[in-house]
Ligand binder design. Sequence first.
Ligand code: URA
Ligand code: SF4
Length: 233
Amino acid sequence: MAAARGSAGKPAAERRTDPDESAAYTAEPFVPRGADLAALREAAAGCRGCPLHREATQTVFGAGDPGARVVLVGEQPGDQEDRQGRPFVGPAGQVLTRALDEAGIDPTETYITNAVKHFKFGHLPGRGKRRIHKSPSLREISACRPWLTAELSLIDPELIVALGATAGKALLGSSFRVTKQRGMLLPVPEEGARECVVATIHPSAVLRADDREAAYQGLVSDLRVVAEALGRP
Ligand code: URA
Ligand code: SF4
């Protein structure tokens, strides 16, 4: 069905906002100026800034405390999030909530979102309808960045947590390496002087790790860097 929905047969006005493979991908024209979070969320539901909206069920916008001191940034919605329309409601979210608690950060006092707001997936041959997560490309990450920029500027947190490589790239640039840069306070190039990023592994990586316990403890220890920074006067 999606294959039949290329831009060729569409009216000119729609073609302009529904980029084909050769067009620049960007959410920019869909982000309303001066909007509050509720208005941003509503506008994001209609984003067509890159092709990912075509196959996904819905836009999964950020959620949580709009006055949060910490914003957590994941990669993209997973299967459950795509169905439910909320970030981190699946297995990765459970790991994250437990790790936050253990690190001394109240999950209800955070705001959580994703670098890319539509679920990217494929199918494995012979595996039926099961949707398999695919990593977003740099082009898709950068297309979706205006939403993250808008969320961060409204919430204006003290700290941002990059969960995994995709979030790290969105916040710190494409040369970001989680193995080299995790667990330390890093300045954010774009977000002004006040905020710092702490990068860590993605909670899904805990679930995939050979040694889950070690991976989980690594996540908790990086989140403690965040808790400590928040505790400083
Ligand atoms: N993984 C993510 O990065 N984000 C979600 O919302 C769920 C799983
Ligand atoms: Fe828009 Fe981001 Fe969805 Fe692409 S992934 S359509 S840029 S909201």
